[in-house]
Design a protein around this ligand. Structure first.
Ligand SMILES: [Zn+2]
Ligand SMILES: [Zn+2]
Length: 327
């Protein structure tokens, strides 16, 4: 299971071995394996495995645009596969991590769509169990900090999450491919439907598009560039932006709203750094409809606005709190 994703460089030697397996006179060489040949093999393979609810899908890595291939289970894309290797508590934790990425950390002011390792670990407990409200069919209390740390490491190893050098977890290309429909169904909902507890009624009925597509390649974008207009949905991956604006002369502008294209308004973990600089974060976070408690929100604000040193202080407080609660 270690090869969850194959790149072109992985696939070419495999196809070469298959092509040469008949021991025929003509030995194919690596350079004979063109994209067209690969595409035709993928199509043939997909016809053969269709009845087993399997499909080879491909996508481009959002950053370096490498084409990657993955075998995807088309019958159960909604986190079902996680259930075979993870406990209910771990899956619930994974969903809280997703909520944090695509709801809490995904506002008109800052589309981070990632979660810092610090914040991710704080999602270890099941808030419903802790508050004793709306007890779910499976009474889950959540994970200990150590269990959460291990679960995160597991999700990284299995190819669901990747962790940046700066310590941000985000979904891998593979996970985006597999969870695309889950993400749009879960987070692109009418403002009324979302679990907002703070007056989402102002935009009643309108679908809030939290999961957005790149205008260039039409795939989900979680890392890249955005229009500076907060209400505008125009997004481009870095390389898609290069392509799109290469042909344009003069002032670059957003084709959707006409605002000047800055090329500096980021989507992804880079959006967190900019938000810190501008100080535009906390007030706008309230629009996200995240069901965080007041205390937690103020702590998070401190963390976001302060350097690492303060995070450690907050961590100590948190640990003391946790000890108090467990007694
Ligand atoms: Zn794109
Ligand atoms: Zn725009």
């Amino acid at each position: 299971m270690s090869h969850r994703v194959l790149t072109l460089n992985d696939i070419k030697p495999i196809l070469l071995a298959i092509l040469n397996a008949d021991g025929g006179e003509h030995e194919a060489a690596l350079e004979d394996i063109t994209d067209r040949i690969i595409a035709s093999y993928v199509t043939t393979a997909n016809t053969a495995i269709h009845d087993y609810d399997l499909e080879i899908r491909s996508t481009l890595d959002q950053r370096d645009r490498t084409r990657i291939y993955a075998l995807v289970n088309t019958a159960s894309d909604e986190l079902t596969q996680l259930a075979t290797t993870h406990s209910a508590d771990e899956i619930a934790f994974f969903k809280r991590v997703l909520d944090y990425m695509f709801d809490t950390n995904n506002t008109p002011a800052a589309e981070i769509m990632a979660v810092s390792d610090f914040d991710a670990l704080r999602l270890n407990k099941n808030p419903h169990a802790a508050e004793g409200t709306q007890s779910q069919s499976q009474a889950q209390s959540g994970l200990t900090k150590i269990q959460a740390e291990e679960a995160l490491a597991g999700f990284v190893e299995e190819g669901w999450l990747e962790r940046s050098e700066a310590g941000w977890f985000s979904l891998t290309s593979r996970a985006l491919m597999e969870l695309a429909s889950y993400l749009t169904q879960t987070y692109n909902v009418a403002a009324d439907e979302s679990d907002s507890d703070e007056g989402g009624g102002t935009r009643s009925g309108a679908v809030v598009e939290r999961i957005k597509q790149c205008y260039g390649c039409k795939e989900i974008i979680t890392v890249g560039l955005r229009c500076q207009t907060r209400a505008c949905n125009f997004r481009l991956h870095d390389s898609c932006a290069n392509q799109y604006y290469r042909a344009q002369r003069g002032e670059k502008e957003c084709p959707t709203c006409g605002a000047a294209w800055t090329g500096r308004d980021l989507v992804g973990e880079g959006a967190a750094a900019r938000r810190r600089q501008s100080g535009a974060g906390p007030a706008n976070r309230r629009q996200s409809g995240a069901s965080s408690r007041g205390a937690r929100r103020s702590t998070l604000t401190q963390v976001r606005l302060a350097p690492r040193r303060v995070q450690e202080d907050v961590q100590e407080e948190e640990d003391m709190d946790a000890e108090g609660e467990s007694e």
